[in-house]
Ligand binder design. Structure first.
Ligand SMILES: Nc1ncnc2c1ncn2[C@@H]1O[C@H](COP(=O)(O)OP(=O)(O)OP(=O)(O)O)[C@@H](O)[C@H]1O
Ligand SMILES: [Mg+2]
Length: 250
């Protein structure tokens, strides 16, 4: 246990950590009811719908817990690096994003084998992928959980703010893994280009969206990038969409 951390931080992180068990119990219970109707009894269509909503929300909660713990780990300088394919990283981010918005697409993505098939599948959701074959098949060495958290946050934001489409592009440049996430939404005025990276800044969203927008995602992205020695470039203006470019040393 770190001696540098104030007690309150350790207490908060322990509390977040301890949320894992009850969330898993809720998740396992709902899955049993849904998938083992032979032993738990048959469900009506409405009950299935409610259980699926419960499961989507346990997933969101699990991700929030894992993201918070990952940030703590990053702050402590803990890196867990491994070799992974650019393609499997992108696919897992897409599955995570679609799991919450359109679980059918997520199920299809899980079974897809080629890049071309994947592009076709997500195209109907307004998502354009731009990877050349070489990048798609490259194996990189980094902390995969951190890179995934960065890309997922940028893609989730783009989906939240787009008008019609978003584009995810990737390449390897000067020993860096570079991702560009672009959307055609309302964009970000220059006056907010610094502020959106501060914790709890959410651009004055209405209260119902405020429940879903905590203004923590980008602040977390910056912490992770700093700890990995990466950088972020934002290109955006009022009414002109937004493009976030991240460069992560590999
Ligand atoms: N692609 C985008 N287009 C326009 N505005 C954006 C975009 N991405 C982020 N923003 C602005 O930056 C703010 C901060 O983003 P951030 O991801 O940190 O928080 P959030 O998405 O509001 O909540 P969460 O904590 O769930 O991620 C957003 O509330 C929004 O105002
Ligand atoms: Mg966000």
């Amino acid at each position: 246990m770190s001696k540098k951390l104030p007690d309150q931080t350790i207490k908060t992180e322990l509390l977040i950590h301890d949320l894992k068990v009850p969330i898993s119990v809720i998740d396992a219970g709902a899955k049993s009811l849904l998938n083992r109707q032979d032993s738990y009894g048959p469900l009506t269509e409405k009950q299935v719908k409610v259980l699926k909503r419960i499961l989507r929300n346990t997933l969101t909660t699990q991700r929030l817990v894992n993201d918070a713990l990952e940030l703590g780990r990053s702050r402590e300088g803990v890196m867990i690096t491994s070799d992974f394919l650019v393609s499997s990283l992108v696919i897992s981010v897409l599955m995570e994003v679609f799991d919450l918005s359109n679980a059918n697409i997520s199920d299809i993505i899980r079974q897809i084998e080629s890049y071309e098939e994947l592009c076709q599948c997500v195209h109907s959701s307004g998502l354009i992928l731009c990877f050349n074959r070489e990048t798609w098949q490259t194996t990189v060495h980094q902390d995969e959980a951190k890179v995934r958290q960065i890309l997922r946050n940028l893609v989730t934001n783009a989906f939240k703010h787009r008008a019609n489409w978003i584009e995810i592009a990737g390449c390897i440049e000067q020993q860096c893994l570079v991702f560009r996430v672009k959307d055609d939404g309302k964009g970000i005025p220059p006056v907010d280009h610094q502020r959106i990276f501060q914790t709890y800044f959410s651009g004055g969203v209405p209260i119902d969206s405020a429940i879903r927008s905590h203004g923590l995602g980008l602040a977390g992205v910056m912490v992770l990038l700093r700890d990995m020695g990466g950088e972020l470039i934002l290109e955006s203006d009022d009414g002109k969409g937004a493009e976030f470019i991240v460069k992560i040393p590999i």
